[in-house]
Design a protein. Structure first.
Length: 407
């Protein structure tokens, strides 16, 4: 009889965990609080370290149908507009790392993972069920749920539980006796616009990062290049009640924050409301880097993705680390000669240091991206002199495991 794994959360991490669990020979039961699978947000960048896992799961064709594959990354000065450095992507990344660099709409990534999970006979899910807590006795784990339609309490039992319930994880709150994340005063404004509606001078099929004092903007194509994903991040205080926040005010607020940037960047920012699109405000939150394997698994319970290691987007690896987690979870769950707690322990041992490194590098990049004064001058000088050598990340893109780069 197959062992059963319970997955809390139906986002990118939860669906990836479902695929990994089923491919390891387990029966998977996933529970999501929303009444329907939806994925808000905008774009996601997927490095070759992530794309190779999608390939291994048989999702390469699905990825090619919906993603974009930029051939270049450019870093520019937000104030002067000049290019500071560039890195070849496209075929150059495939040659270096054996897989492509992709940019994709978050909903499209969620959709291809959902379809990949649905195609596996041992994956099932229940929507409209929110996690209330869990208990375990060493032999099994019980997951307590609240059915959203009527508030009824439901309990299910399995051989293991994966908390993939995101930034505000209830599973993490219980496992680690804390559920808080931290704010560093960074606000992200996200928008999607049709490339065909933009003036030709503002269209782009590459990844572009604009660096300015206490702010930066990144944009890249998604959905086969038809849409341009734009994210502007600046320092500022989040509204006290985001649910009641009037997002119609975001455009004027953002334009004021970027008033001293170059003409081309201001034109792009102003084009968003002019084309009838809106800016959605997202206060950024993270946690301190994972301190040890105990923060990713204990007993019959493991954490995955943002439930374990929420991070700022300054290395573009939030979704990527969740997918890497799921691939490692698959390997650990496949160790059928080990007891389940040892399998989850192996998963945590093989993931915590890499996740901690990515979290720390993302936080450091946030300081560098938004630098002022001498640090900004040093950054720009280094980018001009070293170019792509600074932008490439071999230790990250080679992937985890014995073959990964230590540089």
């Amino acid at each position: 009889m197959k062992k059963q794994i319970l997955v809390a959360g139906g986002g990118i991490g939860g669906l990836a965990a479902a695929i990994g669990g089923a491919r390891a020979g387990w029966e998977v039961r996933l529970y999501e609080r929303a009444p329907a699978f939806t994925e808000v947000g905008a774009g996601v960048q997927l490095g070759p370290n992530v794309v190779r896992h999608l390939q291994a799961w048989g999702l390469q064709s699905a990825l090619q149908e919906v993603a974009s594959f930029p051939d270049r990354l450019a870093v520019r000065c937000a104030q002067g507009g000049g290019e500071l450095a560039s890195l070849g992507l496209g075929s150059a990344v495939v040659q270096r790392y054996g897989a492509a660099y992709a940019t994709i709409h978050r909903a499209d990534l969620h959709g291809l993972l959902r379809d990949g999970a649905a195609a596996l006979a041992d994956v099932g899910w229940r929507l409209g069920h929110a996690v209330a807590g869990y208990h375990e006795d060493g032999a099994a784990v019980g997951l307590r749920l609240v059915r959203q339609t009527d508030g009824a309490q439901v309990e299910v039992e399995g051989d293991a539980l994966v908390g993939a319930d995101g930034l505000h994880s209830r599973v993490r709150a219980q496992l680690l006796a804390e559920g808080t994340t931290r704010s560093r005063g960074h606000l992200a404004y996200r928008a999607l616009v049709s490339q065909s509606a933009l003036p030709p001078s503002l269209r782009s099929q590459q990844v572009t990062v604009w660096l300015g004092p206490r702010l930066h903007v990144v944009h890249y194509p998604v959905r086969r290049g038809e849409l341009l994903n734009i994210v502007a991040i600046r320092h500022g205080q989040a509204p006290s009640d985001l649910d009641a926040w009037d997002h119609g005010a975001n455009a004027a607020e953002l334009e004021a924050a970027l008033a001293r940037t170059c003409t081309r960047l201001q034109e792009l920012i102003r084009a968003v409301p002019q084309l009838g699109s809106g800016w959605r405000l997202w206060p950024l939150r993270d946690r301190a880097p994972v301190a040890g394997p105990h923060e990713m698994a204990a007993g019959l319970v493991a954490l995955l993705g943002d439930a374990a290691h929420p991070m700022h987007p300054y290395l573009a690896q939030g979704a990527g680390m969740a997918i890497e987690d799921a691939a490692e979870l698959q390997r650990a769950l496949s160790m059928h000669d080990l007891e389940v707690p040892l399998r989850l322990r192996r998963y945590a041992l093989n993931r915590w240091q890499r996740n901690a490194r990515v979290q720390a590098r993302a936080a450091r990049n946030g300081v560098i991206f938004h630098a002022r004064g001498p640090l900004r001058w040093g950054r720009d000088t280094a980018l001009r002199l070293l170019g792509g050598r600074l932008l490439d990340v071999p230790w990250l893109y080679h992937g985890e495991g014995p073959g990964s780069s230590l540089l």
